[in-house]
Design a protein around this ligand. Structure first.
Ligand SMILES: Cc1cc2nc3c(=O)[nH]c(=O)nc-3n(C[C@H](O)[C@H](O)[C@H](O)COP(=O)(O)OP(=O)(O)OC[C@H]3O[C@@H](n4cnc5c(N)ncnc54)[C@H](O)[C@@H]3O)c2cc1C
Ligand SMILES: *[C@@H]1O[C@H](CO)[C@@H](O)[C@H](O)[C@H]1NC(C)=O
Length: 632
């Protein structure tokens, strides 16, 4: 008996795989090869926000919706949570790179940060690490203070809850969560001892074990993820496959939108898109919603004549509206370099984890190490000495990974993050055979702000991306403090019980500083500067009279443009203090209601500047457009 089982195993895997594929939500294609000439709404991009918008608008069977997506479908491999990083630099990734950074990224090839972005139904929710984090209530209240009326925490919380199907009964019952929504949120089924130790370590530093999406954000937790029965729950799975029987929702994949078409009154009337080398046009009776993400929505607006006048004219693009598109680029970064070895064999070492029993556990029952959120097993929202401790508005988020750049023997991370050969060899190569874990403190509200510009007027040239990481002096100071706290986490009794030891290798270019001194830590942060993939802000939302705004609080493009909204990460006025997927899904939910005319922003107490008349209905933003330029 005992000997027969191993012999059967190779056959079990394909069998179980097949069963799983059958059960999976994306086994049937939802894309079509024929479409109509005209729709009520056209949504561009089927990512975290676009999938939600398309779903909600097509709830009304009398409304015809077209969803255009540049990429194809997800697959059984992209479903495996632990495999997240291996999806980068494949055909489902736009694989952007930033401009060479002047004060950061010294340890990356050409000083460029690699920027994966999903090019697939589900967008970046197919490439992401699935962490379910809503951000801090102060983030949204601050948006309102700066003119984004209707987006206070009180007003957006119902939309987070609307999407959510929280499968952890303890969390679901704490008063801040939803059940029965389309987006599945789960707790990890099999947390490792490194993960279990994390909230305990936090306690030693004075941080409670909390639901970071609950009453208070400050604290440590074992995170929840957008995972369904152990597999990734992308927004395509949650919001598109569930709507595949609707005859009024047409989804077309491999459709790359190259231009928004306007009539002579600046009304967006249709889009032009390329599909398998042919160019098509399709028209919208009501509205067009751009949900291409922070890079592509900005690029598409500029290609279509909406952007900074000088910049568009320099590329010979006729200007429809002179708006600050592409500015206000904000992203979350973390320093690599805080890694520990320990005694024990339970970190995510690829050699050991990718095994037939683990694959069977995953495919057959959605359990085991394959289900872990890209290796992230702990989140700690901490206050550096620069944060206001009484405000419950932490300035850093430690991502604890039960592994590190060496866990895959240098096969994936090193390549997709673009390590220089020197950094790999000096810092990491010596630890290839070790079990490790890492602390990555993510800076939540960076002061460094960058931009996106067109490289050329061709939609096939990737835009110029310059996030200007660590150019603001305040950022490096808070980062060094966060690194010290992250080191302290590994030195607490729960991790010392595992004999956790910091890596002893020294970063190239930092040899002349005393190791672990402030100067050394700053040097490490400027050498291994990594994005956690949250670019936002390039089509900023603000009051209609705000010269830095691209869209109004109902996400309608300003500058006299009609029939066009932007709904994705790009509209965030300031980056949220947490991972961006859940907030962007919320943006999709919120704007869909606004398009339907439900829960429109309230403008009580707003000081309307001269030139903008407040008229009859206080709750209708249209009443603010005293200036003809803003009239719709
Ligand atoms: C590697 C990685 C890990 C991440 N980890 C996490 C995490 O753990 N937790 C978290 O909360 N967030 C995470 N994020 C961030 C989060 O996933 C993104 O912020 C979010 O998915 C962005 O949503 P979006 O709607 O703005 O854009 P996207 O989801 O990127 O969607 C844009 C879509 O539009 C399509 N598109 C673009 N241009 C066009 C065009 N011209 N024509 C047609 N289609 C077009 C794209 O192909 C894409 O499908 C991660 C992101 C990445 C890349
Ligand atoms: C810190 O936060 C508290 C609570 O929100 C607030 O009352 C106080 O004014 C803040 N202090 C500073 C210096 O911003």
């Amino acid at each position: 008996m005992v000997n027969v089982v191993p012999a059967l195993l190779p056959a079990l895997v394909p069998l179980a795989t097949l069963l799983w594929i059958r059960a999976a939500d994306h086994s049937l294609s939802i894309s079509r090869n024929k479409w109509d000439h005209e729709y009520d709404y056209i949504v561009v991009g089927a990512g975290s926000a676009g999938a939600v918008v398309a779903n909600r608008l097509s709830e009304d069977p009398n409304v015809k919706v077209l969803l255009l997506e540049a990429g194809g479908s997800e697959n059984t491999f992209s479903d495996i949570p632990l495999a997240a990083a291996t999806l980068q630099m494949t055909p489902i990734d736009w694989a952007y790179q930033t401009e060479p950074q002047e004060t950061s990224c010294f340890g990356l090839v050409n000083r460029r940060s690699r920027w994966p972005r999903g090019r697939v139904l589900g967008g970046s929710s197919v490439l992401n690490y699935m962490l379910y984090v809503r951000g801090n209530k102060n983030d949204f209240d601050q948006w309102v203070e700066k003119g984004a009326y209707g987006w206070s925490w009180e007003e957006v919380l119902p939309y987070f809850i609307k999407s959510e199907d929280n499968r952890d009964p303890t969390v679901a019952a704490n008063g801040y969560h939803g059940v029965g929504g389309l987006l599945t949120v789960s707790s990890p089924p099999d947390a490792t001892p490194i993960s279990v130790a994390f909230p305990k370590a936090g306690k030693h530093l004075g941080y409670d074990h909390v639901d970071i999406n609950g009453a208070t954000q400050t604290g440590f937790t074992i995170p929840q993820g957008t995972v369904r029965r152990g597999a990734r729950c992308s927004t395509a799975k949650a919001f598109l496959y569930s709507a595949r029987d609707r005859p009024n929702l047409h989804v077309v994949t491999f459709a790359y939108v190259t231009k928004v078409l306007f009539n002579e009154f600046k009304r967006a009337v249709g889009v032009q898109f390329d599909r398998f080398s042919l160019t098509h046009m399709v028209y919208a009776r009501k509205e067009i919603i751009l949900s291409g993400g922070s890079v592509n929505s900005a690029q598409l607006l500029m290609l279509s004549g909406i952007g900074p006048r000088d910049h568009l004219e320099a590329h010979g693009i006729p200007v429809i509206a002179d708006l600050p598109v592409g500015k206000n680029l904000q992203d979350h970064i973390y320093p690599g370099g805080i890694h520990f070895t320990f005694e024990g064999k339970y970190s995510f070492v690829q050699r050991r984890i990718v095994s037939i029993p683990n694959l069977i556990a995953y495919f057959a029952s959605g359990r085991g190490p394959m289900t872990t959120f890209g290796g992230v097993e702990g989140l700690g929202f901490i206050n550096t000495k620069y944060a206001n401790k009484s405000a419950d508005w932490p300035d850093f988020e430690i991502h604890m990974v039960s592994g590190g750049p060496t866990s895959d023997d240098g096969q994936t991370f090193r390549r997709v993050q673009g390590f220089t050969e020197e950094m790999w060899q000096k810092v990491y190569e010596p630890y290839v055979k070790f079990d490790t874990f890492s602390m990555y403190p993510v800076m939540l509200r960076p002061k460094s702000v960058g931009y996106i510009k067109l490289r050329s007027s061709s939609p096939y040239d990737p835009p110029i991306i310059d996030p200007k990481y660590l150019t603001h002096p305040a950022d490096i100071l808070s980062m060094v403090d966060a690194m010290k706290i992250s080191i302290a986490v590994g030195l607490t009794p729960p991790y010392q019980a595992m004999k956790a030891r910091l890596f002893e290798t020294v970063f190239p270019g930092c040899e002349h500083y005393r190791i672990w001194s402030d100067e050394y830590l700053a040097c490490v942060a400027r050498t291994y500067t990594a994005t956690i993939y949250h670019p936002v802000g390039t089509c900023k939302m603000g009051a209609p009279w705000d010269p830095t705004a691209v869209v109004d609080p109902e996400l309608r493009v300003l500058g006299g443009v009609k029939g066009l909204r932007v709904a994705d990460g790009s509209i965030m006025p300031t980056i949220v203090s947490g991972n961006t997927n859940a907030p962007i899904i919320m943006i999709g939910e919120r704007v869909a209601d606004m398009i339907k005319g439900v829960n429109l922003p309230r403008y009580d107490g707003v000081n309307v500047p001269p030139g903008f008349k407040r008229r009859s209905n206080e709750n209708d933003i249209d009443e603010f457009f005293g200036d003809d330029d803003f009239k719709r």
